[in-house]
Design a binder for this molecule. Structure first.
Ligand SMILES: NC(=O)c1ccc[n+]([C@@H]2O[C@H](COP(=O)([O-])OP(=O)(O)OC[C@H]3O[C@@H](n4cnc5c(N)ncnc54)[C@H](O)[C@@H]3O)[C@@H](O)[C@H]2O)c1
Length: 351
């Protein structure tokens, strides 16, 4: 049986990846999370716990999912000293990890990016230790999630925003990324390039724009707005004027694109993942309230952090190189998020 490794496997992207691999393959997944932000698998996996060995829990009757509750850096240090540490410590039988997905990071949305930039800077430490380890361990393939925050902020202003293209990041001619979060992602991309060029590592970088989904934390704007609309709040609060915009892409599309990219890109090249469409928060409220069937007034919260004005991407490079485009329309995605929010509201009323 093949074994894959996912760091940050209990966060938003990680959870979706654990479930995707479990449902679409017969492979095993070891996933690690310190649960700083992530949710314990019993909350989202929907599978019975089949066993426990120390700080590792096994899920599913076919025993293919292994959750280690730990700081990923501890794991990296142990594995750095003994490449068979995980097999020997937890009694697992496999040769080597195949695909390694690195989602462990301090992210936290706008409030954390602007509110505690030095906490976010810890991502530099996690990523440095990660790349140091994978270059020596040499798994079959590595996925590094960069971010749209790596793009220069001066290309995202109210008057001068453009559809960001991969070539707008040029290590020979740099712009200023978005806070310590953007810098850490940009540095991660640079490490990925070095890993591919100097260590022959097969590595793929992605720059997801604003990923959203039904099970995203309520500290993120889409589920938060959907929740307010499911409660039929009137007025609806929005951070800033609401005119600021992002390129929202459903997490299922992000998952699809990752696998297409990992099959075709191995040299650390980073690709955009988005719809190639700028949508303002006011438009999101309009779509969601139309689904809910009412017309709330808007209450802008002008003291809240909003980040750059307009961040969206050009998907031409991905279409040409990978032949991929997002399938879930904005309306369909919002419908799903709204239904999930409504179900949560109804469950809360019952209990
Ligand atoms: N969600 C998006 O739309 C999006 C967009 C661009 C980039 N990304 C990138 O994808 C990755 C995952 O993002 P996410 O949205 O799932 O974030 P998230 O905060 O939901 O998940 C990160 C997970 O990592 C865990 N974690 C943090 N530090 C850890 C450590 N030292 N050891 C073990 N676990 C640790 C957290 O508990 C959390 O579960 C990040 O690198 C992020 O920058 C996400």
């Amino acid at each position: 049986m093949k074994f894959h490794l996912i760091s940050g496997g209990c966060g938003f992207v990680g959870r979706n990846m654990v479930q995707r691999i479990y449902k679409t393959t017969n492979d095993a997944v070891v996933f690690i999370d310190n649960l700083l932000v992530g949710k314990h698998p019993s909350e989202w996996l929907g599978l019975p716990r089949a066993g426990k060995r120390g700080n590792m829990e096994i899920f599913g009757e076919d025993e293919r999912l292994f959750f280690i509750h730990d700081d990923f850096r501890n794991f990296l240090r142990e594995m750095g000293q003994n490449p068979n540490w995980v097999q020997e410590t937890y009694g697992l039988e496999f040769d080597k990890f195949e695909d390694v997905f690195h989602f462990a990071a301090i992210v936290g949305g706008r409030a954390v990016i602007d509110g505690d930039p030095m906490m976010v800077a810890l991502d530099l430490a996690i990523d440095a230790e990660f790349f140091f380890w994978v270059c020596r361990y040499q798994p079959a393939r590595v996925l590094y999630p960069s971010s749209s925050a790596a793009y220069p902020v001066n290309l995202q202003t109210e008057s001068g925003a453009i559809a960001l293209q991969e070539s707008d990041i040029d290590f020979n001619n740099m712009g200023q990324p978005d806070m310590t979060y953007g810098w850490s992602k940009l540095t991660g991309e640079y490490l990925a390039k070095i890993a591919a060029e100097y260590y022959d590592l097969k590595v793929t970088c992605i720059r997801p724009f604003s990923g959203y989904g039904e099970d995203q934390d309520l500290t993120y704007p889409i589920p938060a707005i959907a929740q307010r609309i499911a409660r039929r709040e009137d007025p609806i609060e929005v951070w800033g004027s609401g005119k600021q915009g992002r390129d929202f892409v459903h997490i299922e599309d992000v998952m699809d694109c990752i696998f297409v990219a990992m099959d075709k890109i191995h040299d650390g090249t980073a690709i955009n993942i988005g719809m190639g469409r700028l949508t303002s928060f006011l438009e999101i409220i309009e779509v969601l309230s139309k689904i809910a069937g009412y017309e709330p007034a808007i209450k802008p919260l002008l003291d809240k952090p909003v980040g750059v004005h307009s961040r969206y991407c050009n998907m031409d490079f991905v279409q040409e190189k990978l032949g991929w485009e997002a399938k879930i329309t904005m309306e369909e995605g919002m419908r799903r998020v709204y239904q999930a929010a409504l179900a949560r509201e109804q469950a809360a009323k019952v209990s």
